[in-house]
Structure formats: C-alpha cells, structure tokens
Design a protein around this ligand. Sequence first.
Ligand code: SF4
Length: 441
Amino acid sequence: MPERLFYPLFALQHRGQEAAGIAYNRNKKVVFYKSLGMVSGVLSHYLGEQHPSKVGIGHVRYSTQGGNKIENAQPFCIACNKGQIAFAHNGNISNSDDLRASLFDKGSIFQSTSDTELILHLISRSEKATFREALLEILPKLQGAFSGIFIHEDTLYAVRDPLGFRPLVMGQSLDMTVFASETCALDTLGIPDHEDVQPAEMIIVKNGRIDRVQWAPVNQKGQCIFELIYFARPDSTVFGYSVHMLRKKLGAALAAIDDHHGDIVISVPDSGNSAALGYSVTSGTPLEHGLTRNHYSGRTFIQPTPETRELGVRLKLHPIKRAIAGKKVTIIDDSMVRGTTSKILISLLREAGAKEIHLRLSAPEIKNPCFFGIDIPTPSELISNRMTPSQIARFIGADSVQFLPIDSLRSCVDNPDDFCYGCFAGTYPCPVKDSPMRRKD
Ligand code: SF4
C-alpha cells in the first residue's frame, strides 16, 4: 500500500512542496508518516514496502491557512469517540475562524492552525453515534472549499464541497478505487478512466463496494478557474477540461485581441507553454524556444526576499540568445502577481538582445485575495491594484503588457457560470467572512 501511495503523490508534487505524508490501515490500525519536504525526500523509504492494507491516503501540502509547520502537515490521524480517523484535504474553509472560536469556547484544544484539525474536532464533538452520521451532520456547517478523503477504520470516504471549488476525481481498476486532485495521479497507476466526485457528494468505499450520497443540494458551482490557468498539470483533466487544451484556447484568445504580433512568440516555462502554443497557432507567429528552465534550481534554498529574488529567477530561467537577439519578442506568461519576477525576466531578455518585448498574460489582472486555498499576496502587494497595464509595462521595462480580459476568459469555457473568478473580479460564489488565505508564518 505505501508504495502505491508514493507514485501518485509524486505526480502531484506541483500542488504542494512544503510537506508530504501518508496514512493507511495496517493490521486494523491507522498508521501515518509525514514530514516537511518533498515526496521523494519524505516518503522514498516506503518504496518497495508492500504492507497489505485495504485503504490509504496521501497528501502534499501547499501552505496557505496555517503556515508551513509540521503540526499543519497532513494527513491528520486521531483516535476519538467515533474510532480511528485519518483525514487529508485540499482547499480552505472560509468560516473557519467562527467555527474554531465556537469550539474553543466549548473547551476544544488545538495543536495546529489548520482546517484539517478543525474538521476532525467537529466530527469528534458531534453527538451522532457513528462516524458516517457525524460527517453528514458537520459537512453542511463548513463554508468554502474542501475536497477531502477520510479513512475511518477500513473504510474510505471522499467528500467535496457544494460549490466544487477544488477538483477531485475517482478512477477504478480491477483491484483499486483511487481518488486524486488530478488525473495525472491516476495515470501513474495505469488508470485511464475517471469521473469527477460531484459537488456535495460523498463517496464511501468499503471492501470494493461503492456507495454514493448527495449530502446537500447544488444550486451553483464555483470551480476555481485558476486551477485551469496555472495550478494544475497540463496533462491532467480538471473539471472535465484538458488543462493543456484549455490553456491553448487562452493563448488563442490573447492572440485574437493583440495588435502586436512580434517576430517570435516564446513562453515562460512551464505554465506559459500551452498558451504560447495557442497564441502562435492563432497569430501565425513562429513559436520559439526562447527560455530554458533549470528544473534542478529548486525553490527552497533561496528564500524569496527582494534581494535574492533576482538570483532565483536567473538560476531558474535562461534566455537562448541566438533565438532572441534582434527579434521583436512576444512572451506569454500565465499571470502576474507583484510584477517583480516579470521585471527580472524582461531584463534577462534585454540582456539577450531582444529588440522589442511584449508581455502577454493568459489570465486577467489579479486584484483580489483568494479565500479558498490559493496563496495570493495582500491587495496592496498586487501590482494590478497600483498600476494600469501601460504603467506596468514601464515599470518592468517591457514595450507593452496586455492581460486576458475576463470576458475572453469566460468565453474559453463551455459553462462560464460554473467557475469562481474572485481573485480577478472581486465577487465570490459564497460569503467570505474570514481573513484571506495568507500564510500566517
Ligand atoms: S479567488 Fe481565484 S484562486 Fe481563489 S478559488 Fe476563486 S478563482 Fe480560484
């Protein structure tokens, strides 16, 4: 079992690099191991281990609510009046401050600041007799984003919030039922077919038997559009969309509104690759390999302070001078947050001899926080709250900057009203009372 958890988690490493962990049922006990670090460093000692087990879960942590501390690493494993439980989830509960305060007043003791522990407290304190009844009682109390998996004894429960903010898919082979945030994890186990766990659905798997429960009505969806723009891996299918094909459409939409088609188009690898291809095909501008990415530069040994950020970008992205020198370059990136990375990147392209540089972003301007699990800086740090695109161009040293308008983004999906655009538009699909999802450490 641990080995079967390792490979899918390795495929999901892009979703979180700060901690990794697994939990599984072994000899009728739920055991776990987790630590700060990447999957290969934290869990590789499980490779080759074949402990028989019917259920297991794993998690890679992307630090938002609760910060990067071992106490907040998942899965959480507890023994309580409902039995042995392990839990891992993706997303953020947007009313967690209220729920935590209420439990605290009733005497609950918290070891962490994460939503995961909060949910387990709610289950433990429920007066329902069984784990399943307790889960069905507490899920409607949670607001915001959660796609989560529980182990209870030898049974697995997968749940998704009613708006379906974060993805969760189920795949099956002859001897396994697997749940994952992205289909790229199922591919590592040779499982080609999958279906979405539906919003407000609970799927229970025990001894190969599957039971499906709709635990709340679904009137509206709020799938995170940023998953498709930036977060997910391009070979995954998310919310029913091929991430690569959707990003190509975003690039094509950018090209359709662009007056400057340069001599070449290049991408900021890797998240700009698919959009650059779509831009190239639609505009007829040759796609060039203008930047090489050093995949070994890592992200931990250089802390992102203003002083070290330039060195970090220089170690990660390298212009190919012979491809760029003397050319009018259109460069495609997925989004812009503070603008500092773009500024360094533009100076690298200037050093490489680019004649003109036109930066195009396959996302609208980010102006608002996220309350549902994506770490976005405070509004005052967001460059689009301080400058217009032409001011940004001057600030970063580009000849022009253009963002994908929200209407163009909406036109790239078949069902635009099923998505959250909160960080762009400032309106969210559910109430937001707590502070935005920012690191607290
Ligand atoms: S606010 Fe932005 S990042 Fe957060 S869920 Fe909505 S679209 Fe996704």
